[in-house]
Write a protein that binds this ligand. Sequence first.
Ligand code: GLN
Length: 267
Amino acid sequence: MKKILSAILAVIAAISCCFSIASCTADSENCLIMVTDADFPPFEYLDDNENIVGFDIEVAEAIAEKLGMTLKIESIAFEKIFDEIENGKYDFGMAGLTVNEERKSQVMFSDTYATGIQSIIVKEDSEYTKLNDFFAGFDESGNPITAKINITIGVQKGTTGDTYASADPVEWGFEEKNVKKYATGEEAVQALAEGKITAVIIDSEPAKSFVDKYSGLKILKTPYANESYAICVNKDNTELLGKINNALEELEKDGKLEEIQNKYIAK
Ligand code: GLN
């Protein structure tokens, strides 16, 4: 009898869960809809059961819990995240998002909840061992003025890695023509592992995950850029931004943020 009862309860729970998620839209009062791109381990990725998990997911869940709201998560192409937040399709975006001035013209960012470093991945036996190896000419202060010919740098389209790499050598970029843009960071790393490109510029934590996954790759010791990650919301939604910042502050004070960080990021 107990078994039947628990089976019925499980079915009811499953149905009500689906209903609440199905009716969870950006304008529903008690729903928080997060948009991400679940190809960025350890911040967001799919587990063996195809569930979206990771550092950002746990922080988002903790925020939703503090706000007494139900969290729903959708994964889309990275390059569309800021447009969709601007269009109001989702309540907030969280995807290891780097804060920068260009993005601030489109969305609002919360307080920072993590830091990131742009890293360079090359083949283990690569002749490129430091950042300067990618440049051919330098000015008298040692700053690059031209990129080497025959280099191809892989990036994920629309990321800050893409922006930096596509810039001119005077800004430590490798010139647009030398940059190949992939839909996901992992596709870029795969191309590198297959020997199709020279290097990949990507955030350090996913870089570590991908180097563990694909053999024959290494991360160069020189960091390419330092960044801060934050949550983005629509420019009209100052109320939500305030709530998110308060929740983040509480999560920092009660140690929850550190606990999540320790779980996903090796010290
Ligand atoms: N931090 C990088 C950016 O914001 C990459 C993020 C990502 O690929 N998910 O552009």
